[in-house]
Write a protein that binds this ligand. Sequence first.
Ligand SMILES: Cc1ncc(COP(=O)(O)O)c(C=O)c1O
Length: 402
Amino acid sequence: MPLTQSREIACASRLEQVRYAIRDLACVAEEVAKQGHKILPLNIGDPLNFDFATPAHMIEAVYKAMRDGKNGYSHSSGVKEALDAIRAEAGRKGIHTIQDVFITSGVSETVDVCLAALLNPGDNLLTPCPDYPLYSAVLAKLGIGLNAYYLNEEDGWQPDLEDIKRKITPRTRGIVLINPNNPTGSVCTRQMLEEIADLARRHNLVIFADEIYDKLILDDDPHIAMAAVAPDVPVVTFGGLSKNYLAPGWRIGWGIASGDAAVIRPYVEGMNKLLRARICANHPEQYAIKPALEGPQDHLPEVKRKLRSRRDLTAKWANETPRVSLVAPRGAFYAYPSIDIPEPDETFVCELIRQKHVMVVHGSGFGQRPGTQHFRIVFLPDERTLTAAYSAIGDLLRERYA
Ligand SMILES: Cc1ncc(COP(=O)(O)O)c(C=O)c1O
């Protein structure tokens, strides 16, 4: 008789802390799709699900790289021409104390490498609340508890400095700043960047500046890079091709480590150990980085024009809809309205999928101040689709909480 294994294989208990609400809602959506309904997806930040396309010259560059035989492993940090292009771009943004640059499988892997190389058991890292759930998932994987600081809705979702100060402990090693922010769409002021840099100096923190949306600023203000404001502070700036350059499936991200060379050196060495262990990022796709950063940028005005119009439509709807209020987003493609409802936002969001076939993500999936309720909208779809979705959300609010 062949031997069979009969005991369940349990997953690691630290995974209990991993929440990834964006994808978790997929189970409810599947149920609804099985009944034959088409779901309006306002839940995943992938521009290519909508009327956006990867710039053709980038596709050509990857195709050419494949035809030219760039199909083996690359250097662990990435290919030279791409690294040079990232350095030059950082220089244009005023980042001049660069100590290292490395290319990863999306910013998702940059985060993984950066946090794993920094944190020991018992250390903590300040992360925003609401946050982009990748950070808490990576921390859970490392067995590190959350130390979340609030973003202040009353202050246009700027970081709550007093809360940050309260939460710094002797074991706090760093702070994550997502700017422009997911899920709120806020953009940090220069003064805020300066104040956070000052706290980092005083408490010897590394700043993780997640600036993956830095070219998707919707109003006239320029994006200010944290590492430019704080040249002496250890900063790792995150960027990539997923959002600004409309190529999320290529999985190309990068980290730029800057600050005082002597201070940041051991940490940079640690990161490089991990980078070597995982071999390299996707090789041929790295050849799109230079053409992306240095070639034609004409997709950007068009992307921003569409996003601005869709943001304005979203803000107008939120203003006119009872129980909804919104700090208008200034960057990226997310809106995070608060909703005044007598039940958990997760229940509302599940019912929205079941009854109206519209998918957004509940605020509790990102974290929020106790007693508040929100949901996150991805406003990438065209105006007609958004209008239909907002009308359905308004209907459910009226029907359920009249
Ligand atoms: C703030 C933020 N950081 C990082 C990522 C991950 O990006 P990548 O596709 O480069 O892994 C995302 C994706 O949505 C994001 O919103």
